[in-house]
Design a protein around this ligand. Structure first.
Ligand code: DQA
Length: 148
C-alpha cells in the first residue's frame, strides 16, 4: 500500500528547463527531473504527481485539488511567482500538509527582487542553489518527515 502522495509543482518557464539559461538552470529537462523524482518516490512506496504550468490560476487549482485528494506534501518551485504571488501563498496556507519550496539557482546570489519569497512564509523548508538535486533533497525531507 502507498505511504502517501506528494505533489510536485513547477511554475512558469520551467517547461523550458534544459534549454533555458543552462548556465543558471543546468541541462536537465523537466522530464529528467520528474522521472528521477518518480523513481525515488516509487522506491519508498510513495505516489507522486508532477505538474507544470505557466499560469498562476492553474497552479492554485492544483493546490486546491491537493487539499481534497489525500496529498500529504507539496514540493513547489513557484519560479517567478515566488516573488510576486500572494494568491499562491494564500492557496498554500489552505493546504494542511507539508510544503517545501525549491529553487534550482541560489536566488540570494541573484537580483534583489529574487531575494524575497511570499511562498517562504508558508514553506516548512526552503532549498536554493543545489541545482535540480534540490528537488531530491525536498523529497528526502518529505520521506523523513513521514517516517514514524
Ligand atoms: C527559480 C528562481 C526564480 O527567481 C526564477 O524566476 C525562476 C526559477 C529557480 O528555480 O532558481 O524561474 O525559481
Amino acid at each position: 500500500m502507498s505511504q502517501g502522495k506528494v505533489l510536485v509543482l513547477h511554475g512558469p518557464n520551467l517547461n523550458l528547463l534544459g534549454s533555458r539559461q543552462p548556465e543558471i538552470y543546468g541541462r536537465e529537462t523537466l522530464d529528467d527531473v520528474n522521472n528521477a523524482l518518480r523513481e525515488t518516490a516509487a522506491g519508498h512506496d510513495w505516489g507522486i504527481d508532477c505538474f507544470q504550468s505557466n499560469h498562476e490560476g492553474a497552479l492554485i487549482d492544483a493546490i486546491h485539488a491537493a487539499r481534497l485528494d489525500g496529498t500529504r506534501a507539496i514540493i513547489i518551485n513557484p519560479a517567478a511567482y515566488t516573488h510576486t504571488s500572494v494568491a499562491l501563498l494564500d492557496a498554500l496556507n489552505a493546504f494542511e500538509g507539508r510544503v517545501y519550496e525549491v529553487h534550482i539557482s541560489n536566488v540570494h546570489q541573484r537580483e534583489a527582487f529574487r531575494h524575497h519569497s511570499y511562498v517562504s512564509l508558508r514553506a516548512d523548508g526552503v532549498i536554493a542553489g543545489l541545482g535540480t538535486q534540490g528537488y531530491q533533497a525536498a523529497l528526502a525531507a518529505v520521506l523523513a518527515a513521514a517516517t514514524p
